[in-house]
Write a protein that binds this ligand. Structure first.
Ligand SMILES: [Fe+2]
Ligand SMILES: [Fe+2]
Length: 264
């Protein structure tokens, strides 16, 4: 069977959440999408995500929520009593043991198809956490005992680290989707082994600021090198994502398309 999948890029603040609510149901219908992963690390004013926001995303069709470094900005995130959040909200797997939350899941769709999702975080220009390559490789082997369809959200700053990881696990997963920089790259491809890759899928949110935040405070911080309170920007709202089709028998991706929808 051909599984039509969508990854929704980092959802940023209320503009990003509103865009998802307004756009996703139509997109699902138009493209007959079977499975949706959305990165929610910036959903709540750019920093983390709330229970209510997770629930809203599940209600509009998201199956699994991935995240990244900003998921730790809200202390209570992984103490939710909502079983859906406990199961289907991920944080990068390779944070040190002892942290709350989980970094992978196998989602079983109503038709019985299983989809594995792994969330990892790079270390270059980020935090000195466990090795995403070795941690990721072990987790892929584990998930592949249950399904050949495995999607990786690789949250990282450095282009080279994401590309190196894609080569490292080439042919072992269906897709590796880069997140975190909030700038969509035009390098989506399917390798000869059937693994889809994009360096960064972009950001679902306001694009008239600096990677989601209002530009004035960002400019002042860069010039003055002191703390400024950041507020989410508002304008030029876009939904960014990656649409791809996976052969559920082999786990290989057969089609890939970058998505950019501008708020009218
Ligand atoms: Fe982000
Ligand atoms: Fe991030």
């Amino acid at each position: 069977m051909e599984l039509k999948c969508l990854h929704v890029a980092d959802i940023f603040g209320t503009p990003g959440m509103d865009m998802v609510k307004d756009t996703l149901p139509r997109l699902i219908e138009e493209r007959q999408i079977d499975f949706i992963v959305a990165n929610g690390e910036n959903a709540c004013e750019g920093k983390g995500i709330t229970d209510l926001m997770c629930q809203t995303l599940f209600n509009v069709g998201v199956h699994v929520i991935t995240s990244g470094n900003h998921i730790w900005d809200r202390k209570k995130t992984f103490y939710s009593e909502n079983p859906l959040i406990q199961k289907f909200l991920l944080r990068p797997l390779n944070y040190p043991t002892g942290n709350e939350g989980k970094g992978s899941v196998v989602y079983q769709l109503k038709n019985g198809i299983k989809v594995g999702v792994i969330n990892l975080q790079g270390r270059t220009y980020l935090y000195d956490i466990d090795c995403p390559f070795r941690t990721g490789e072990r987790e892929i082997e584990k998930l592949k005992k249950e399904t050949n369809v495995v999607i990786v959200d690789f949250h990282a700053e450095a282009t080279a680290e994401k590309i190196a990881f894609a080569h490292y696990v080439d042919g072992k997963v269906s897709a590796i989707i880069g997140t975190h920089t909030h700038v969509q790259t035009a390098d989506e491809k399917i390798s000869s082994s059937g693994t889809a890759f994009i360096t960064d899928v972009g950001m679902t949110g306001p694009h008239d600021g600096v990677i989601g935040m209002q530009k004035d405070a960002a400019i002042r911080k860069f010039i003055l090198q002191t703390y400024f309170k950041f507020e989410p920007a508002h304008g030029d709202v876009r939904l960014h994502g990656l649409f791809f089709k996976v052969d559920t028998q082999t786990g290989k991706t057969t089609y890939i398309e970058r998505i950019r929808i501008d708020r009218k």
